[in-house]
Design a protein around this ligand. Structure first.
Ligand SMILES: Nc1ncnc2c1ncn2[C@@H]1O[C@H](COP(=O)(O)OP(=O)(O)OP(=O)(O)O)[C@@H](O)[C@H]1O
Ligand SMILES: [Mg+2]
Length: 500
């Protein structure tokens, strides 16, 4: 079942003006091409630590995307990923398209401004901003929950999202723009009691009151007039009448989210000016967020998930007829970046021409990252089912290996069986190695038909993992609905040559 070695060929499509779904990106075997159509159906690469995911199949696919002129977003977990991609871009003549977003570069993305300018102050703005926050904050909540087993925060989260929704509306109605520091000022200066609303000193010092006054004065469309009524009711009736503890927990939850963005690196990267936007990938830019989680911890994770979500939303809105360049979303150590939005995004990738590539050690990583419960399992199954090409490298994880065997499926197999029986005398001759003397025992042989795994779980433990002297990485490629020419099966064992 060993796949033949062959020279993989990448096709230099970088200068093409049009991309066809039938364009070939690489070959798994001499007769099995992998096309753009396959790529935009998503790819999952699983294998144990050191099994050759990054340097084997990952490197092969990355080079093929770059050579074909894809734009893309690269999320990073490890510190060496920037150098790795700089190398890939050099080899494929794409260095000019690589944009590094990081602590030592000047690339900035003001996500709120971007959202505001994109849609004007029209419908959807507030909800987009609130959803963006809520998605990114999922990471924080998850980290907090795994660190300390917090109580279920759904109620407070809903309260904080409502608080944010009203703050976004109020600030945009009053000032025509939205910034995180202004949202924070509104929330911190909202009235605490009906009496306070009438207090002149409070009125003078409260940014919230100032915004209410400004928004009231401004010319408003009928919809804005309606929104203003809702916002005014929230601050002047609802907020002041909340129980003290409820209000302070909602405020603390909101501040927990916003605080990260009003100081330090995240403020600089996301709340100042804009020099790069997610739409730039459609023009062939390769945006690498060089804030590896291993080095920058939660700040790095937060920044990358924010970029990922902004990218997903922007690319989903693209008009493929006018802008057909394929783009990729690359996440090595993908469990660091998955959120519950991903499985729904993945269903739209084909239409939006997004080639997602997720690399991780095992199946359970995704479930753990998404919360570890039944919902997480359902989201994981949906996400992985929508990554149509699966490349499985060496793995010692029984859960993953069994999952992979089940995925590939069972087939009818014929097992040969044989049996010899001896009587007591014959055992004596046999023990002397004198079988040829003959014996009076009986021999039975036959074939039995069983329904067995096509690839047994143990097969995944014996794949090569690269390194000297051969520098070869083995992997089993599975594509739902495909029959590989080289194997005549739905799966193919193939090999990748590392470039040490
Ligand atoms: N440039 C290199 N020089 C020497 N050995 C290498 C090189 N690149 C990779 N290897 C070896 O090849 C094997 C596969 O490495 P690789 O980094 O691709 O694994 P991986 O599956 O991505 O692991 P991880 O889950 O830790 O990211 C490892 O044993 C590694 O030590
Ligand atoms: Mg790796």
């Amino acid at each position: 079942m060993l796949g033949r070695l062959f020279r993989r060929k990448s096709f230099p499509l970088a200068r093409c003006l049009r991309w066809e779904l039938s364009d070939e990106l690489l070959r798994w075997s001499r007769d099995d091409a992998w096309t753009l159509r396959d790529a935009v159906e998503g790819t999952l690469i699983l294998g144990a630590t050191g099994s050759g995911k990054t340097s084997g199949s990952g490197a092969t696919i990355a080079r093929s995307y770059l050579a074909a002129g894809f734009g893309g977003l690269v999320l990073t977990a490890k510190s060496d990923e920037r150098a790795l991609w700089e190398g890939y871009c050099r080899e494929t003549n794409r260095s000019g398209d690589l944009v590094i977003v990081g602590a030592d570069t000047a690339m900035r993305f003001n996500f709120l401004d971007h959202e505001l300018n994109r849609t004007g102050s029209g419908a959807g703005l507030t909800e987009n901003i609130v959803t963006l926050f809520s998605n990114v904050m999922e990471i924080r909540e998850r980290n907090a929950a795994s660190g300390g087993g917090r109580e279920d925060g759904t109620f407070w989260k809903q309260g904080a999202l409502k608080c944010m929704r009203n703050a976004v509306d109020l600030v945009s109605l009053a000032t025509g723009k939205v910034s995180v520091p202004d949202l924070v000022r509104v929330v911190l200066s909202a009235p605490l009691s009906p009496a306070q609303i009438r207090d002149k000193d409070w009125q003078q010092g409260s940014f919230c009151f100032h915004c209410l006054k400004e928004a009231d004065k401004r010319d408003k469309s009928p919809r804005q007039q309606h929104d203003f009524g809702v916002v005014a009711d929230y601050y002047l009736l609802e907020w002041v009448n909340l129980a003290e503890r409820t209000r302070s927990v909602i405020q603390a939850t909101f501040m927990g989210w916003a605080d990260l963005l009003v100081r330090g690196l995240l403020r600089e990267l996301f709340c100042t000016d804009t020099t790069i936007t997610p739409e730039d990938v459609e023009r062939g830019r390769i945006i690498l967020v060089d804030l590896p989680v291993k080095e920058f911890g939660e700040v790095g994770q937060f920044a990358q998930v924010l970029w990922k979500y902004a990218f997903q939303r922007s690319i989903e809105r693209r008009n493929v007829a006018a802008s057909s360049r394929p783009v990729f979303l690359w996440a090595d150590e993908a469990q660091q970046f998955v959120t519950s939005y991903d499985h729904s995004f993945q269903t739209t990738c084909r239409a939006a021409r997004v080639a997602t590539v997720l690399l991780s050690q095992n199946y359970s990583n995704f479930i753990a990252a998404l919360g570890g419960n039944e919902k997480a399992r359902a989201e994981t199954d949906s996400l992985l089912a929508n990554l149509n090409t699966k490349i499985l490298h060496a793995n010692g994880d029984a859960v993953t290996n069994e999952w992979a065997s089940r995925l590939i499926g069972r087939s009818r197999q014929f097992l040969a069986s044989g049996n010899n029986s001896y009587d007591a005398e014959d055992q004596w001759t046999a023990s002397l190695g004198l079988d040829w003397l003959g014996h009076g025992g009986s021999t039975t042989a036959g074939f039995s038909e069983t329904f067995e795994f096509e690839v047994q779980p143990r097969e995944f433990t014996r794949l090569r993992t690269g390194g000297p002297p051969q520098w070869m990485v083995d992997g089993i490629v599975f594509q739902n609905g495909r029959m590989f020419e080289a194997s005549g099966r739905t799966w193919l064992e193939t090999s990748f040559r590392q470039r040490p």
